[in-house]
Design a protein around this ligand. Sequence first.
Ligand SMILES: C[S@@+](CC[C@H](N)C(=O)[O-])C[C@H]1O[C@@H](n2cnc3c(N)ncnc32)[C@H](O)[C@@H]1O
Length: 276
Amino acid sequence: MTHAAHAPAHNAELEELLDLDARLGASVLSRAMDDASQALKTEPRTIVDLGAGTGTGTVALANRFSKARVHSIDASVGMLDRLREASAAAGVSENVQAHLADLDGEWIADLPEGIDLAWAALSLHHVGDPALLLRQVFHALRPGGVLVVIEMTGETTYEPADLGTERAGLGDRIVRTLAARGYPVTADWTDALDSTGFAPVNRRKASFWASADTREGSRYLELQLTFNRALLGGGMDSDDLAAVDAAMTTLRTGHSRVAVASGRAIWVAVRPEVSE
Ligand SMILES: C[S@@+](CC[C@H](N)C(=O)[O-])C[C@H]1O[C@@H](n2cnc3c(N)ncnc32)[C@H](O)[C@@H]1O
């Protein structure tokens, strides 16, 4: 997913983009769950998915940690409807509880004590006071409990670099223009996690490729470029914008050979057994 939460977007398309992002980036989720598993000494029983969206993280967590109950929090009714559908389709509904709640409000009231694993994928940067949320999560976790945070790094690479348009360097200019406008939102949570009291705090990078070779990859690229296109106007010259439009048309007709790599940062942070 790129910038989708911030660009003007039709909800259904945003939800579709989130789903595709998580499906195509499944290796990133899998790696983050491996890291969480290693940091947790025992199999988690209680998991909270903060800003769970359409439920791709929730479903992956419920599949991976089959003895756990996953509490999925989101402030959007539409997202939670989709999350319930995704949980049912994956056969994990019994282990998933959706909570309509604001992470800037009283979200913690409905949750059990002693959470083993908290998961915040592409959501921490959305909340009004991330430092407060991190403190709340710290206290909601059991000692030895683990928080996983995933964010975009902004490292995006298109291949071919001209997106098949013969406008050399077009992909880099898209990335630079979006970055100048603050997209995607990137954040480094290492210091904030450290100062909340988490230890150790480990950060690693991961990335995944989406390619127009597959139907899902092609649709992902098309949606991503559509959202990006709304942000590029005024920041690129008209020939570049026309080339972006042409690349989108080629994607729609199924003849594109474009691929995009998207970078993620994964933090795994442990609430110490004995807090200082
Ligand atoms: C970019 S999406 C990420 C969804 C999901 N974690 C994923 O990785 O696909 C961010 C989600 O956070 C939710 N969100 C944003 N601010 C929130 C808040 N204050 N309280 C609860 N949910 C919030 C949005 O509704 C959205 O579903």
